[in-house]
Structures are given as C-alpha cells and as structure tokens.
Design a protein around this ligand. Sequence first.
Ligand code: PGA
Length: 244
Amino acid sequence: MAGNWKMYKTPADTHAFFEKFKPLVADSDHCEIVICPPFPNLPAAVQEAHDQRIRIGAQNLYWGKEGAVTGEVSGFMIRAIGCTHVIVAHSERRQYFNETEADVMRKTVAALENHLTPIVCVGERLDERESNRTEAVLIEQFQGGISGLAPDHFARIVIAYEPVWAIGTGKVATPQMASEAHAVIRAQARAKFGSALADSVRILYGGSVKPDNVKSLMSEMEIDGVLVGGASLDPLSFASIVNY
Ligand code: PGA
C-alpha cells in the first residue's frame, strides 16, 4: 500500500503526519507500507520510519550517480539517505516533463542498481481509452520501459497501473476495468519473463483510491495493492486504506 504525496507537505508537516499515522498502522503486518514524500521531506520521513515497518520512497530519480546535472537527484543519493523505493514514470512526469519510455528504462535500471525498488507507472489517457487503445498503450509502455530489463531486475520491480483519467479526478476505474488492465500487463510479463515472475510481480492500482473504494479494488485477484495520491496526505484516510 503506497502513498504518493506529490508536491505537498513540509518537513514539519511530515513529522506531524507520522505522529498520527504510526499508531494507526502499528499492527498492520498484512502488507508492505511505502510513503513517497517530496525530496526535502525524505530525511524527516526516514527518521520517523526507522523503527517501523513503513518504507520511504522518492518520487523521481536521475540515472547517473553524480555529476554536472543541475536540479537532479540520483538513485545513489536517494539510497544513501535511507530510502528503499522510488516512483518511476508517474504520468505527471510523462505529461509535464516529457519522460519517454527510454527514460523509464534508464531510471528503472538506475533504481535497481542502487538497491531501490522502483514503482514503475503505466496507464492510458482518457482519449486513448475512448478510442479503445488502452491495451495497445499498456503493451507499448511495457515493451518500451519494462521488457528490456534483465529477469533478475524484473523480479524486483513493482508496477503501478494508473489510468491518467482517474488520477486526482475522483473517477476511479471500476475493479473490473483495473483488473482487465492488470491482466494485460501480466500477460506481457508472462510472455517476456515466464509464469513464475509474472505471477509474483506486484501490480498496484492507482487513481482516486479512497477509504470507501479500496476494499472492492483489493478484492480483485489481479490487484496486489494500491498507489494513493490525495488520500495518502491525511493520516486517518491513508491508515484506513492500509487497513481496508
Ligand atoms: P490520486 O493520485 O489518488 O490523487 O488520484 C494517484 C497518483 O497519482 O498516484
């Protein structure tokens, strides 16, 4: 159960969040919990989570280790401060920062080489769904950004299916729609990496997940977890999602 805080909260807000959140998930050992705050809050989050089962991730990374790349942060640095995860290719990165499938691949490999678990995002836009291109888009994204990974690298990634039209809009995909999309992704994984890896890769659903819809999503066999934006900002709502 992963939370993506996007560009919200200060370090002080981060401490306040964890103070409320930690007791609410103290017994939640049925799942892995990951929270991805903005870069300046990562040290506060790592400090808060150090004796907990909660893992901390960044929302983006650069593929080099270090260098003259103003404004970027490397996987090496993210790992060095104690993070374990990183989101790659969120649709907002694809849309506003023109991230391509080649970037997705480079970032995913850089994350893995730095012992970070990449949460690699895929998903179709509204116009693509409306023109019945959902399956084609997911296949393109898988082929371009994921299928070139070595099998031992693929074994360590998490995939997030996030239909762009469902993100921050309140329009959640129905459990059946999400499940169908996950099945497309898993079929690609099976064709490329074989059944064992395809069955074990975790595929999260993201897009307007809330405390009142998480249960029906999680009841689908194909849905292994959720990636939550807006509803992860509030400790009570994210805790009730974790404890669905
Ligand atoms: P949302 O965002 O839950 O606010 O729709 C999900 C995401 O962008 O990861």
